[in-house]
Design a protein around this ligand. Structure first.
Ligand SMILES: Nc1ncnc2c1ncn2[C@@H]1O[C@H](COP(=O)(O)OP(=O)(O)OP(=O)(O)O)[C@@H](O)[C@H]1O
Ligand SMILES: [Mg+2]
Length: 268
């Protein structure tokens, strides 16, 4: 074979470099796909376990009612029906969460972005929570007139709802929940504080992992799958924002979740 001309040699080197780079990129995507796949497998396993628990309860109570209806006192029947209704709504919530989260993990959220003022959106969520959870107190302190950000308003409310639901769920009977809303460094900063047990520092990042539920002592009494914060972060990150668990402003016991979203036309 004739020796390569300098031009051919140049081409050859370029080709090799190109092939090398493409191979690296392919290896990279393969790794990501493998990670996604193993996450999905883990996901399906936990998911079926999580669904089996309420499903087993449903079948058990329904069977008991069917077999012993005539002999059961009215009060027992009522109680079993209550459990059936609670467990069914738990399943529906879980299925909704699983649906949301699988779309987030696969990067398939179809978001309808619009520039919206976050303050009235937060205000309406607070109003709904006040009606739904009359035993809790909700404070709402805003120091900005308006906070315009590019978000999908439905998903924004869903993310906020997951955080508010936690505040409700993990605070003792008469829990105080406080929302601080401000404009800071080109971002809308929403801080949701409660006076529950809080999340220990070592679990504050882990709490965002799918299915992670910290502190058995707290969680044994509160149902949940460990998906709320994962969904909230997934959604807020899709708005180029961040969600973290922090200390409360007062430094007192309780949980503080801080959501930051870049303002539309802000300095970010
Ligand atoms: N406000 C809070 N106070 C105390 N602990 C919290 C609070 N919010 C979250 N956590 C802890 O973080 C964990 C993860 O929260 P996340 O919302 O993801 O799941 P969950 O509330 O357990 O279940 P789900 O939201 O799917 O119903 C919770 O299990 C709980 O241990
Ligand atoms: Mg939750």
């Amino acid at each position: 074979m004739a020796p390569m001309t300098p031009k051919e040699q140049d081409w050859n080197e370029r080709l090799e470099r190109e092939v090398y780079q493409r191979t690296l990129a392919l290896q990279d995507s393969l790794k990501r796909l493998e990670a996604l796949n193993s996450m999905r497998a883990q996901f399906v396993a936990i998911m079926s376990h999580e669904l089996r628990t309420p499903a087993t309860a449903l079948i058990g109570y329904a069977d008991t009612l069917k077999e012993k209806w005539a002999k059961l006192p009215e009060k027992k029947i009522q109680k079993y029906l209550d459990v059936i209704s609670e467990e069914s709504s738990r399943m529906v919530t879980l299925m909704q969460e699983i649906f949301e989260i699988s779309r987030i993990l696969e990067g398939k959220l179809s978001l309808q972005f619009q520039t919206a003022d976050l303050i009235p959106l937060i205000g309406s969520a607070v109003k709904e929570f006040r009606l739904r959870y009359a035993d809790k107190s909700f404070g709402f302190k805003e120091t900005a007139d308006s906070l315009e950000a590019k978000v999908d308003t439905l998903y924004f409310k869903s993310a906020l709802t997951h955080v508010l639901l936690n505040a409700v769920k993990y605070t003792p009977d008469k829990g105080n929940i406080l929302l601080f809303v401000e404009s800071k460094g080109g971002e809308a900063v929403i801080r949701i504080e409660d006076d529950g047990p809080g999340i220990p520092r070592e679990y504050r990042e882990k709490a965002f992992e799918p299915f992670f539920r910290s502190m058995d002592n707290v969680n044994r009494k509160t149902p949940g799958a460990g998906l709320g914060l994962t969904i909230a972060r997934g959604v807020i990150e899709a708005f180029k924002g961040r969600v973290v668990v922090a200390d409360k402003l007062t430094g007192k016991q309780g949980c503080a979740v801080v959501i930051s979203i870049p303002l539309a036309g802000g300095s970010s």
